[in-house]
Design a protein around this ligand. Sequence first.
Ligand SMILES: Cc1cc2nc3c(=O)[nH]c(=O)nc-3n(C[C@H](O)[C@H](O)[C@H](O)COP(=O)(O)OP(=O)(O)OC[C@H]3O[C@@H](n4cnc5c(N)ncnc54)[C@H](O)[C@@H]3O)c2cc1C
Length: 474
Amino acid sequence: MADDRGPARTAEFMARLSEALGPKGVSTDPLEIAPHVQDWRGRWTGSTPVLVKPASTEEAAKAMTLCAEYGLAVTPQGGNSGMVNGSIPYGEVLISLKRMNRVREVDTLNDAMTLEAGVILTRAQEVAEENGRLFPLSLGAEGVATIGGLISTNAGGVAVLRYGMMRDLVLGIEAVLPDGRVWNGLRGLRKDNTGYDLKQLFIGAEGTLGLVTAATLKLFPKPAVKETAWVTLASPQNAVELLARAKAASGGAVTGFEIVSHFCMDLVLKHIPDVRDPAPSQAPWRVLIELSLPRPEGAHDMMEGLLADALEAGLIEDAAIAESEGQKAAMWKIRESIPIAERAHGKALKHDVSVPVSRVHEFIEQASAMVKSMNPGVDIIAFGHVGDGNIHYNLTPPPGVDADRFLEGEGLKLSAAVHDLIWRLNGSISAEHGIGKLKRDELATRKSAVEMEMMRAVKRALDPENRMNPGRVL
Ligand SMILES: Cc1cc2nc3c(=O)[nH]c(=O)nc-3n(C[C@H](O)[C@H](O)[C@H](O)COP(=O)(O)OP(=O)(O)OC[C@H]3O[C@@H](n4cnc5c(N)ncnc54)[C@H](O)[C@@H]3O)c2cc1C
């Protein structure tokens, strides 16, 4: 434990913690702790002297006050599905918010719901559905990712194009500050111009400014109908042009526009059971398009018309429109299974990058030519949210090359080259997953000195002792 005042003081901390939170709130059981100190992909393993599991904001505040008193660093954790080595502790006290999973309020007239940080995303979607509304955030880890983690990473997912990232979906936040004070910012307001918008500081902060304990989230009308199609096409450029046409033809009703390379499709077919290619083809790219419309009348015709026009214009090679809810789910399953298929394939070098939508094809084409010229044996796993300019651009080690050696050796050069290209195209080296420990050093070399100093100033103001998730982001 990062307390240098001796074992007696550590024992005293543990005793006071157990007294404050009770037996359900504190664990030192190595078997219980083990899954919390390993990341989702099994790439990193950390350690913690104690797992703290508050069941309420009051308990979370007691734990944080004690950590402050004993000068202990804290790592917050939700579903531990983060991708950037930010959610596992390296000696810090680990605070898991998963027991804080109550629905505090649903206010349908205000189109808002207030949930505790440990509520899992699928549950949040269900609560909205039970109240005749939509909570639109949706991503591959939705069965494990929590509201607190989604806020802390400003998560994106597959509906950002229409509804925005988590930052756009949060109306208010409740947080426990590093010194244990509770800030109740749970305002369900859409207009509130009363100075700095403090909740935005906690969104995307990756646990470096405090513990998010609850949030008031926006709800939306449920679309009456969704039209989903799977198309095959020759190039990312065609995909970008198809997106522009789809937006115009549907009056802005495009809620999903996901690109999938031929290689990704093959990986899914190989590793994921019960998957069928909706439009088998040798074409190098596929796109999943989803339109969400307020009325069923004319919806199918709108999708058919859009695809017929695109076919005639030579933008697409073939298309399959889902004719049932089952077929829609099957198309989404392909897209959402890619990270799982990729994991089954083996370790890969990840790039979660974004560029302006108009430059997606430029990025994919230039990056692929560059990567292949640097190392022809590498396979490229490219997929993602074209509608938001966000591409997951991952590289597998060449056949026969040890994955760890690749990631720590040749992979570093490839990553630097991919990120240099991203920077030249005015993009971001982290579109969705955040910075964590993984990209911390690189962040400091990419952002301007002014921007880094503003971020450090915010951190110093809220966490002057640098005890909240130290070594992540900054
Ligand atoms: C298969 C798969 C698919 C994914 N797809 C997407 C995707 O499409 N889009 C996307 O954006 N992400 C995606 N992710 C990444 C991940 O799901 C998100 O980053 C998610 O927001 C993490 O939520 P979590 O509850 O698991 O948080 P964790 O992984 O537990 O934590 C993430 C970060 O937030 C901090 N944190 C967690 N809870 C709190 C809290 N209550 N208060 C303060 N800090 C906290 C942690 O310290 C850590 O820094 C995917 C992950 C997987 C495994």
